[in-house]
Design a protein around this ligand. Structure first.
Ligand code: SF4
Ligand code: SF4
Length: 97
């Protein structure tokens, strides 16, 4: 399941750097989570890091993005492959044209 940030968010900034998927960003008024990037920390940690650290407990599961653990794993693998492709494109291996 992807998580979401409710309007109880106090913009304390602590969750954004903790997300291993760069899924958290500053929205129009409060922080938001990109559901396409949030794996509920599956693939990285046992527990959602943002939930662990949020001082006001305003990060529930998004009812619009209910996913199984298997689906979250697939999302993690997709994100990892995309990140690697981006890194390879930015820095071609030695000997590449
Ligand atoms: Fe990022 Fe994990 Fe929070 Fe999802 S649960 S927004 S992946 S820190
Ligand atoms: Fe908002 Fe919680 Fe993130 Fe702080 S940790 S910015 S209160 S969602």
């Amino acid at each position: 399941m992807a998580l979401m940030i409710t309007d109880e968010c106090i913009n304390c900034d602590v969750c954004e750097p903790e997300c291993p998927n760069d899924a958290i960003y500053m929205g129009a008024e409060i922080y938001e989570i990109d559901p396409h990037k949030c794996t509920e920390c599956v693939g990285h940690f046992d527990e959602p890091q943002c939930v662990q650290i949020c001082p006001v407990a305003c990060i529930p599961v998004s009812p619009d993005h209910v996913e199984t653990r298997e689906t979250l794993w697939q999302k993690f693998e997709r994100l990892t492959a995309a990140k690697k492709a981006a890194e390879d494109a930015a820095a071609p291996p030695l000997g590449a044209a």
